[in-house]
Design a protein around this ligand. Structure first.
Ligand code: HEM
Length: 123
């Protein structure tokens, strides 16, 4: 798979992850197993494709401290999303706080990822 295809694949999967998350949110509780499973699987696929993309870009492009910081920040956002998603699904107390964390981590994750890709590719 070429770098261009991976960038496109990662972008599509990010979009599908967010869209399926909004669907989960709107389908109400208890979560519909199919939509919820799709959200988790698409999220997992998105993280895998994006991680492989970044790994490949690191091998061929010049990295500086800022890019490294942004990539680490997007990794921390991904971990936060998985942990907060799991906590929401088991119906932990302070649900609304965890949901805010899930949404903020989504926004931060996308922003730092797009920024690091822009810097890596010098667009
Ligand atoms: C890693 C990438 C992920 C992204 C970008 C993401 C994004 C989102 C978004 C945008 C929403 C909609 C929030 C709203 O409408 O206010 C959502 C909802 C949700 N996500 Fe994720 N998510 C991710 C991973 C996960 C994972 C791995 C899980 C489960 C382990 C999960 C569980 C949930 C749940 C349960 C909801 C519904 C919350 C509610 O009841 O309103 N998410 N997600």
């Amino acid at each position: 798979m070429s770098i261009e295809q991976m960038i496109m694949g990662s972008g599509i999967l990010i979009f599908l992850t967010i869209a399926s998350g909004i669907l989960v949110s709107h389908s109400g509780k208890p979560y519909q197993p199919f939509i919820f499973t799709m959200h988790k699987l698409i999220a997992l696929g998105m993280v895998a494709v994006t991680a492989i993309l970044i790994f490949n870009l690191f091998k061929i492009l010049e990295i500086n401290d800022l890019i490294l910081f942004l990539v680490i920040a997007s990794g921390v956002s991904a971990i936060t999303l998985f942990v907060s998603g799991a906590l929401m699904s088991i119906g932990k107390a302070s649900f609304s706080l965890i949901k805010v964390i899930h949404v903020v981590a989504t926004i931060l994750g996308v922003v730092v990822l797009v920024l690091s890709l822009f810097l890596l590719l010098r667009i």
